[in-house]
Design a protein around this ligand. Structure first.
Ligand code: NDP
Length: 250
């Protein structure tokens, strides 16, 4: 891969598995030094670091629960000690839980909003302290569900719609400082998280494939390539915008 991000430092939240792991590897293959954030899966995070370094790249695994302000502050301080700056922040860490509205509890609501919305607010606040004066790049991983929610996804979809609005508002707020903020809306993508929901091999999976013009579920690498494009110079005229990466699924 062309080293379009040589000299850049990227922090990817939730990069121990799934879409985040693919993003970390793709950014590293493009030349960025990468902070591989995780919440609990240290072994998985270390495997991502090993894959990157085996490929000649630079990476460091750092634990932080993105919804905990103290954790996030400490993670950025450690990242700065290691790499000296941050140029790119990818807010990928997120959880998805589905339930009919009658079963939704305040805790169910708060957990998803804390990780999916407060998390990016906290990481963006920290990143702004360290982005170079010349600018920075933020990509938030939303979901096709934010504009096309299915039954039983109300709280998750609402949290991602909040992330969309946050991205647009901050793209406009931070544009004058040459800080670009974009968000990607993946469709159903084969990850550990989706596997643990028990969706694969069911009628629900067949329905999702039938609803996708390109005729398959997404792979983490499909999403990662869009992140690398957005944060590279090729994406320099794009901000406050949404890119759907869903094989045409609405
Ligand atoms: P996975 O469940 O496979 O992986 C989730 C990642 O997020 C893990 O690395 C996990 O770390 C991390 N994480 C979870 N909670 C926290 C937290 N509080 N702080 C820091 N890290 C955390 O997820 P996916 O790859 O499937 O999804 C990634 C993103 O993409 C999410 O935002 C999701 O909403 C979005 N998305 C996914 C789609 C899909 O079909 N897969 C479709 C559309 C959007 P650890 O392992 O240490 O817990």
């Amino acid at each position: 891969m062309e080293q379009t991000l040589k000299g850049k430092v990227a922090l990817v939240t939730g990069a121990s598995k799934g879409i985040g792991a693919a993003i970390a590897k793709d950014l590293a293959a493009a030349g960025a030094a990468v902070i591989v954030n995780y919440a609990a899966s240290i072994t998985d995070a270390e495997k991502v670091v090993q894959a990157i370094t085996a490929n000649g790249g630079q990476a460091l695994a750092l634990q932080a629960n993105v919804s905990n302000a103290g954790d996030v502050k400490k993670m950025f301080e450690t990242a700065i000690d290691a790499f000296g700056k941050i140029d790119i922040l990818v807010n990928n860490a997120g959880i998805y839980k589905f339930a009919p509205i009658e079963s939704v509890t305040p805790d169910f609501y708060r957990e998803q909003f804390d990780i999916n919305v407060l998390g990016p607010v906290l990481t963006i606040q920290e990143a702004l302290k360290y982005f170079p004066a010349t600018g920075g790049n933020i990509v938030n991983i939303s979901s096709s569900a934010s504009e096309n929610p299915m039954p039983s996804t109300s709280i998750y979809a609402a949290s991602k719609a909040a992330l969309d609005a946050l991205s647009i508002a901050l793209g406009r707020e931070l544009g004058p400082r040459n800080i670009r903020v974009n968000y990607i809306a993946p469709g159903p993508t084969v990850t550990d998280g989706v596997k643990s929901q028990g969706l694969l091999g069911t009628e629900a999976e067949q329905f999702m494939v039938r609803s996708t013009p390109l005729g398959r579920l997404g792979q983490p690498e499909d999403i990662a390539a869009v992140v690398t494009f957005l944060v590279s110079d090729a994406g320099k005229w794009i901000t406050a915008d949404r890119i759907k990466a869903s094989g045409g699924l609405q």
